[in-house]
Ligand binder design. Structure first.
Ligand SMILES: [Zn+2]
Length: 100
């Protein structure tokens, strides 16, 4: 456990209230995000150390949400949406190429 002196010596900006990430990584985050909502975790830390339960793993594996059980089964995207998907995938592809 840190003494209060040690905690005070860590560099924290005064204008923003900071809190420790709840996952236990020791990183500080501003207490509120830009929409004024309370933050608990550093981005991406909310599922740290958590695992899918055996039941949900089984559900994911046995394909209960595939084929005719899938929510989008038999549905088609309208042309406008298809164009959007195509455009964003093209963009992602171009960025992947650039990185190489
Ligand atoms: Zn964390």
């Amino acid at each position: 456990m840190l003494s209060s002196d040690e905690i005070n010596s860590t560099e924290i900006e005064d204008d923003e209230e900071k809190v420790l990430c709840a996952c236990g990584c020791g990183q500080f985050i501003s207490k509120y995000n830009r929409w004024g909502r309370k933050r608990i975790f550093v981005h991406g830390h909310n599922r740290r150390g958590k695992r899918h339960s055996k039941a949900s793993k089984k559900k994911m594996r046995n394909g209960s949400r595939k084929g005719k059980n899938h929510y989008f089964y038999g549905c088609k995207h309208p042309d406008e949406v298809k164009k959007k998907i195509g455009a964003s995938r093209k963009k992602a592809h171009a960025e992947r190429k650039k990185r190489k």
